[in-house]
Ligand binder design. Sequence first.
Ligand code: SF4
Ligand code: SF4
Length: 161
Amino acid sequence: MSVPDAASRLCTACGLCCSGVLFDLVRLQPGDSVPQLQRLGMKLRRKTTKPWFPQPCQFLKNGACEIYEHRPTRCRLFECQQLRRLKEGETTEQDASAMIGLARRMVADIEALLPPLALGSQPPTLGERVSAALEEKPDLKLQRLHNRLKRLLDREFRVLG
Ligand code: SF4
Ligand code: SF4
């Protein structure tokens, strides 16, 4: 079993770094081609000097990136803690898969407590949906679940620094 194959299987079953769970947005980097990405249909925004696109990413479909060959630099370079540990031999594909499964079940449990998404425009991130729901009506269960998920993401997926 090769590590790249295992990483590919894990990412296809995960998508947390594209679906608006881990990140709110992705900034383009020097070398990313704005015209090419726009030709591919990417809806770029530009508040600062670096163009960016929001998450959940419009190109995430059934766990796969629709523009994989042309994905921006940040997408190509990002490796979450689970992938890093897999490469270092500090975890196995099976354990990483179990961790991804746990995170995804927690996301699903949170989503089950949220109002359905409105169709149409750019969907909000999970964090934005939770904040909006809690502003509308305090919900201790939702708040606790979301706090647990954030701690899990910080410990097991996010890369600090
Ligand atoms: S969070 Fe990690 S395992 Fe999940 S899709 Fe991103 S890089 Fe892959
Ligand atoms: S462009 Fe592809 S890899 Fe990058 S955030 Fe979107 S779906 Fe994920």
